[in-house]
Design a protein. Structure first.
Length: 381
């Protein structure tokens, strides 16, 4: 990735903040976007773009910013780091583009991060959760980091579920699974929990976990944190966990989203996971307003998590531009975003010094085989 980025990120062909236009220089405010609209992750990028469009439509209908309409300049990176880098550089080279939304996934966001700094382009990635994505310069994110979910799960186990003995199972060969799992272990100990078992698999997509789960059952754990993907948790981990006699809680991160049940649905009771957004969240009044607005604009279709994250990202830029002022440059907008406190559809948060939010997190619980809204967890102290 480093080679491909270096090959297309050099030198003086790009407009830096000092060379770019200010808000006052144009009759419209142009915001670019780099998202994955084709390829394996296309559903994610398309959902983000739908969120961008709804927010832009609402803002423009309400008079725009400083009386100017927002123009969205969208580009497809196809989920490829070279495509993402080239698309970003084209936007950065247009002096009229004041900010960029995206990229969609962590790998493309990681490629763009140094380019955002080089081109002094304020950039907000709605859904790039990987801890490895370097943020805090000119790249920020709307979503929480992977490791944050492990920390929040430990807080929830201790304070809400009030368990004492916890276990963890994660895939050592997968950065997502191992990163979240290790973050949970560290946070569990800080929260006074007794980590009675720490088991692992070689990858995050194995199909047999019985030997590890037998050890976890024998440990007396009341709570199992198993950060895997929905395709592994639903058909393998949960049924095998119940088969060895474990009856306690099972919890995981947003990789559980889309979890499919198999066999007895009662096996999935007491299975919980953290995520960014729930349409059933009544604690956040912005959620229902957002859903109503989206359905009206999209023939009754319902928005998803990526739509919500994209929507919030546009409103973050709106706030930053308004605070930076009518003569704002890219650098001025970046400086307002740094450390920003924001309340949106996906929660209330303040960006830390690395540009990542410590934010409220939604907990969903499986009930009769379906995910249902359980709680909103406020940021860990």
């Amino acid at each position: 990735m480093g080679v491909s980025v270096a090959a297309c990120s050099g030198g003086n062909m790009y407009a830096t903040s000092n060379e770019s236009a200010t808000i006052a220089d144009n009759d419209v405010i142009t915001i670019g976007s780099v998202t994955t609209n084709s390829g394996a992750a296309a559903a994610y990028g398309e959902a983000e773009v739908n969120g961008f469009k709804l927010a832009v439509k609402e803002i423009n209908a309400d008079g725009g910013i400083f009386g100017k309409q927002i123009k969205l300049e969208s580009m497809d990176d196809k989920g490829d780091v070279i495509e993402a880098s080239n698309a970003f550089n084209r936007l950065a080279g247009d002096k009229n583009v004041i900010a960029v939304l995206g990229p969609t996934i962590s790998s493309t966001s990681g490629a763009v991060a140094p380019l955002a700094d080089q081109n002094q382009m304020p950039t907000i990635a709605p859904a790039a959760t990987a801890d490895s994505v370097e943020t805090g310069g000119y790249l920020f994110r709307t979503c929480f980091k992977d490791s944050y979910q492990g920390e929040i799960a430990a807080k929830y186990a201790a304070e809400t579920l009030k368990v004492k003995k916890v276990a963890v199972l994660y895939g050592t060969g997968d950065p997502y699974s191992s990163g979240v799992g290790k973050a949970f272990v560290a946070a569990a100990k800080k929260n006074g929990l007794d980590v009675v078992a720490e088991e692992n698999s070689s990858s995050a997509d194995d199909t047999e976990y019985s030997s590890q789960l037998q050890k976890i059952e024998a440990s007396g754990a009341e709570f199992l944190y198993a950060p895997y993907y929905y395709s592994t948790v639903g058909p393998y981990i949960v049924p095998q966990t119940r088969a060895v006699g474990y009856e306690g809680y099972i919890m995981g991160p947003d990789g559980y989203d889309g979890l499919k049940t198999t066999g007895n649905k009662a096996n999935y009771n007491k299975v919980l996971y953290t995520t960014h957004y729930s349409p059933d969240d009544k604690s956040n009044t912005k959620v229902q307003q957002f859903i109503t607005s989206y359905k009206k604009a999209n023939n009754g279709e319902s928005p998803n998590t990526f739509t919500a994250l994209g929507y919030d990202s546009v409103y973050m830029f709106k706030r930053a531009i308004e605070q930076a002022g009518e003569n704002a440059t890219r650098a001025d907008i970046r400086n307002v975003i740094a450390g920003m406190s924001f309340s949106g559809v996906t929660g209330a948060f303040t960006l830390d010094k690395h540009g990542s939010p410590k934010k409220s997190v939604i907990v969903l619980e499986m009930s009769d085989g379906e995910p249902t809204y359980k709680d909103t967890i406020q940021p860990a102290k």
